[in-house]
Design a protein. Structure first.
Length: 223
């Protein structure tokens, strides 16, 4: 059975706040169980896969029908409890992990470290200690992959502030860098420094942050 699952689209990826510090925070990329179900239906058909739970939902077995072998092929994994609905959260998490074993969303493991300074960070106190929090909501607007499904570019928007959050004007060490020069044309556009192809602002900023020069996607792959 030769089975290939497509990489996740931008609107299928959830963004959650990870570690929060005074001057910035990290973002983590996730997928939900509904995304896994949709991709299984799309790729193998709704009647050609099934899920089973054991150990009171701690383990999930996802099986896909193999026409050549005329049998079910299964992969299994263990989940962790949710902070809210323990049983439902445990079943959902074990299902998502089992789908990772099949390759659904595995490209998320190739995500760069995402550090954001464009956020509403505030200080509060818990157990006598000062901690920093952020309630902003974030969304993946664009994502790009190479031929091996590794993430090569990602753009994240802060929905609360209605501004682009990543890539921003800071690198992973929280050190300021220069933005690419602004176009003098009335219509904002940029040209690739290698092939002179016109590209949009988001790709220009991403390439400048990563390669310190403006490059189109094709020329980025050659770097």
């Amino acid at each position: 059975m030769e089975l290939q699952f497509r990489p996740l689209r931008a609107n299928e990826i959830d963004v959650r706040v990870g570690q929060v510090k005074e001057k910035g925070l990290s973002l983590l990329l996730y997928k939900d169980a509904r995304c896994d179900m949709n991709i299984l239906d799309e790729t193998v058909g709704p009647f050609n896969w099934k899920r089973e739970h054991t150990r009171e939902n701690a383990n999930c077995i996802v099986s896909i029908w193999d026409d050549l072998k005329e049998q079910w092929v299964s992969k299994e994994d263990t989940g962790t409890e949710s902070l809210t609905e323990k049983e439902k959260g445990l079943a959902s998490d074990s299902f998502k992990r089992a789908c990772f074993n099949w390759g659904i969303g595995r490209e998320l493991y190739t995500s760069p470290f995402i550090w954001v300074t464009n956020a509403s960070i505030y200080k509060t106190t818990a157990n006598g200690k000062d901690i920093f929090k952020c309630n902003d909501k974030f969304e993946v607007k664009e994502i790009q992959y190479d031929e091996n499904k590794n993430i090569t570019g990602i753009i994240i928007k802060n929905l609360t502030l209605k501004k682009q959050a990543y890539p921003g004007t800071y690198n992973n060490s929280n050190e300021p860098i220069n933005d690419p020069p602004q176009s003098t044309e009335k219509k904002e556009s940029y040209k690739c420094g290698d092939c002179s192809k016109e590209i949009n602002e988001n790709i220009a900023k991403f390439s400048y942050k990563k390669y310190k020069k403006i490059l189109c996607m094709d020329c980025q792959k050659k770097q």
